[in-house]
Design a protein around this ligand. Structure first.
Ligand code: AKB
Length: 337
């Protein structure tokens, strides 16, 4: 019998790629949840689809009747959207996650098997105190500089901790303590770049926006300085990382939250790469002070040695191969049609 998996935020960038990956492996029955209905292509990939707000208890009640084995909780307001509406972000990002974790726990109690809870966290959990410290720190490990400055980063950091609590310490002074009903596993994603979709609401969006604008022959004014540096990753590697972390044997995992990295260019290095693929690209810089401050607060790079050691994480794409073999060949096709 196929495993039942739940994907929230199924209509987002990661969601579309994940649904496609599940469809090609064919070993899972997928339940999707999103605010908006799935497109025709994605509808074919799922067995059940729900439209609604993940923080709505009535939706949770409906989902709870399924014997779900794995949850990929992708629904969230990203960093820029969350700064524009912090209360909504807190409700969706935090209450939505808590509702799903509690649901996972009840399903685990009912079925007698721990529900795997895959959670995309983010480099926004870091808060580098200054540009000097950011530069000198370089690639940072999981447990340092956790001084998130954005609503989104704070929400994600708290939810990482909620997930660990629900998995390891739930009700530590009650009889429930020590139950194994939730198996929470989180990845801290860098900025993701897809050849097929353009993100919205994030602060790392300047990289994909720059590439997609050039592919369409449109000028692009980058909203951060040329020297702004954060880690990025090609979308297929992000999806592979989620699937590989989900598949890793529990005993090999020494942590519940892992950094994953691939390449960490400055905005100017990205622009140079874009210009070598699209020589007519017009890229200028118009730093937005608040979005720049968010990028300055995120780390320059991540130390992902724990993920490499524990579950064999290794990105397929570095910066050159991401552009030369994934982004540029595919993006040209997206806009040619
Ligand atoms: C964002 O920019 O908010 C996200 C992220 C880095 O988590 N892409």
């Amino acid at each position: 019998m196929s495993r039942i998996v739940l994907v929230t935020g199924a209509n987002g960038e990661i969601g579309h790629s994940l649904l496609e990956a599940f469809a090609s492996s064919g070993d899972r029955d997928v339940i999707s949840v999103d605010l908006r209905p799935l497109g025709d292509a994605q509808r074919g990939y799922v067995k059940w689809s729900f439209e609604g707000d993940i923080s709505d208890p009535k939706l949770i009640e409906q989902l709870e009747s399924f014997d779900i084995a794995e949850i990929y909780h992708l629904a969230a307001l990203l960093s820029t959207s969350a700064e524009k509406n912090p209360e909504l972000a807190h409700r969706v990002n935090v209450n939505g996650t808590m509702g799903l974790l509690s649901m996972a726990r009840r399903i685990g109690q009912r079925t007698g098997s721990a529900v795997k809870f895959l959670f995309p966290s983010t480099i926004a959990v870091y808060g580098m105190p200054s540009l000097e410290v950011k530069t000198s720190a370089g690639a940072v490990a999981e447990d340092v500089y956790l001084d998130a400055t954005t609503m989104y980063g704070i929400n994600k950091l708290y939810c990482e901790r909620l997930g660990v609590y629900m998995s390891e310490r739930y009700g530590q002074l009650t009889d429930d303590a020590g139950e194994k009903t939730v198996d929470f596993r989180a990845l801290r994603f860098p900025g993701l770049i897809s050849a097929f979709t353009v993100p919205s609401g994030g602060t790392s969006d300047y990289a994909p926006e720059m590439i997609h604008a050039a592919a369409q022959g449109k000028p692009y004014a980058c909203f951060v300085r040329p020297d702004a540096r954060i880690p990025f990753m090609a979308m297929p590697d992000g999806v592979t990382a989620l699937l590989n972390l989900a598949a890793a044997p529990r005993e090999s995992l020494t942590r519940r939250v892992y950094n994953i990295g691939a390449f960490a260019p400055t905005a100017e290095e990205i622009a140079m790469k874009v210009k070598s693929a699209f020589p007519a690209a017009e890229i200028t810089y118009a730093p937005h002070p608040k979005r720049q401050a968010i990028i300055d607060s995120w780390c320059a790079d991540v130390d992902d040695s724990a993920a490499r050691r524990d579950w064999g994480w290794k990105p397929t794409f570095d910066m050159d191969t991401a552009f030369d073999t994934y982004l540029i060949p595919n993006i040209a096709g997206v806009y040619a049609g």
